[in-house]
Design a protein around this ligand. Structure first.
Ligand SMILES: Cc1cc2nc3c(=O)[nH]c(=O)nc-3n(C[C@H](O)[C@H](O)[C@H](O)COP(=O)(O)OP(=O)(O)OC[C@H]3O[C@@H](n4cnc5c(N)ncnc54)[C@H](O)[C@@H]3O)c2cc1C
Length: 428
């Protein structure tokens, strides 16, 4: 494998962004070589969207993407939008199916998306080395050297598309960050995101398995009783024996990770009547109390909240389920209303990278040009996908980032590699 010719684009990582970069590098006239350390490419794609791959979303607003520099993702996303992504995948045979703005392949199989990319790479005669371990990357005059377990490679441009450390079983084990920092790049500490929250309260054990509509608000505190609002989301919550899960919890989880990392306290406040403002909910519950005055407290909640959840909320408010609802003392009644509208959980941590869908943190984007994905430190070095300090919310945004940044890196790396090749030939 040693002594490959120049003009070549070397891509580390054959995941979503790496394969996309390779397609566009080949379409732009380069000879890309994909290096993947797993035995097969694109393993993470197979887990996406519960095996169905939510590959983009109709709604694209800046707040769907989070980044150390909030303006950074826009250039790549505008250069290759959700519409262009749909058109690209249709051209590759992926007929899209839309559910409330979320797009999936019509086959409902994530494997189809990986296969479509592999078929295109095959058509473009892109070379790929799987099971290939990279020992060292180094810049050299007019290009890069990659020392691998199979020999030394030369390239005019290098794209790091090695993912994050979320879901390491799929291959993205954080080694991409080491490669980036070996080339001089700063890494924002990667933390689990789109992940479950672990909570201190013991009564989660009694509520485990409950699914309930709710609005979650997340606060961080300085330990002296001062709380700052961080984020909120609404939808189906899942209560587990250790804490909170479900899409709305995933959406706010990166803020919990970041605050805990800074040593701050974190608490969640949940309303189980998310359709109501707090005062409306109190009014509604008071009306309902009059309507069902002859019932016990347990019966009063029947049909309003999940039974297990209702019982736990009654216990938290200090009310026995058989206590007649009309005779609940004022303080206990107010406590019950509070439990229903602002149920508190103290967040002690998140689940690990094994359960996280993505990471917040990664290659510091201040050292990367947003219009090209090229390093500002090392000419000819490019980045794509989750290795960068960009994370999307749930809903197809992380893959959209992989497609958009991968395409941009592939095109711009090709230009850089070809320019370097021409420069070298002219010197001779
Ligand atoms: C369970 C789950 C469900 C998800 N669902 C969705 C969804 O429905 N929609 C959505 O938009 N996003 C989803 N995501 C997130 C999405 O999958 C990722 O954001 C996306 O795959 C990132 O693409 P990437 O190319 O940057 O990284 P990856 O897909 O992780 O690819 C990186 C590749 O680099 C390889 N690699 C790593 N280090 C090295 C090395 N040192 N040498 C060689 N190769 C290396 C890895 O093996 C891997 O193949 C989900 C993630 C998970 C875990």
């Amino acid at each position: 494998m040693s002594g490959e010719k120049n003009g070549q684009v070397l891509i580390v990582g054959a995941g979503a962004s790496g394969m996309m970069a390779a397609v566009w590098a080949a379409r732009s006239g380069a000879r890309p070589l994909l290096l993947e350390h797993m035995d097969r490419p694109g393993k993470k794609i197979l887990s996406t969207g519960n095996g169905r791959c939510n590959f983009t979303n109709r709604v694209q607003t800046p707040d769907c993407y989070r980044c150390g520099q909030p303006d950074f993702p826009a250039a790549a996303l505008q250069a290759f939008s959700a519409e262009e992504t749909l058109a690209f995948f249709e051209e590759l045979g992926i007929w899209p199916k839309e559910r409330n703005g979320y797009y999936y392949p019509n086959s409902d199989q994530a494997a189809s998306v990986r296969e479509a990319l592999l078929l295109e790479l095959n058509r473009l005669q892109v070379r790929m080395e799987t099971g290939c371990q990279i020992r060292r990357l180094a810049g050299r005059e007019g290009g890069f050297l990659a020392e691998t377990d199979r020999g030394t490679l030369e390239a005019g441009a290098l794209i790091l598309a090695a993912g994050s450390c979320a879901a390491p079983a799929t291959g993205s084990d954080g080694s991409g960050y080491q490669l980036a920092s070996s080339l001089g790049h700063r890494i924002e500490t990667p933390l689990p995101a789109l992940v479950q929250l672990r909570c201190r309260e013991k009564d989660f054990r009694q509520m485990a398995g409950v699914r309930a509509e709710g609005r979650i608000q997340l606060y961080s505190g300085d330990g002296r009783g001062n709380w700052t609002w961080e984020a909120q989301d609404q939808g189906e919550l899942q209560l587990t024996e250790y804490g909170l899960s479900g899409i709305p919890v995933f959406q706010v989880s990166r803020y919990a990770s970041a605050a805990l990392h800074k040593g701050r306290q974190v608490k969640a406040s949940v309303s189980f009547l998310p359709g109501f403002e707090e005062w409306e909910a109190a009014k509604f519950l008071n009306r309902r109390r009059k309507q069902l005055a002859d019932r016990g407290a347990g019966g009063f909640l029947n049909g309003l909240l999940n039974q297990k959840l209702g019982l736990a909320l009654l216990y938290r408010a200090g009310i026995r389920p058989e206590e007649p609802v009309s005779r609940i003392p004022k303080e206990a009644w107010e406590a019950l209303v509070r439990q229903i509208t602002s149920f508190e959980a103290h967040v002690t941590g998140t689940n690990s990278f094994d359960q996280a869908q993505v990471c917040c943190g990664g290659v510091d984007v201040r050292q990367v040009c947003p219009e090209t994905m090229e390093s500002r430190l090392v000419p000819g070095l490019f980045f794509a996908g989750e290795i960068l300090d960009v994370d999307g919310i749930c809903g197809g945004y992380n893959l959209q980032w992989a497609w958009s940044s991968g395409r941009l890196a592939g095109i711009c790396a090709t230009k850089a590699a070809l320019e370097r090749k021409t420069g070298k030939e002219q010197k001779r």
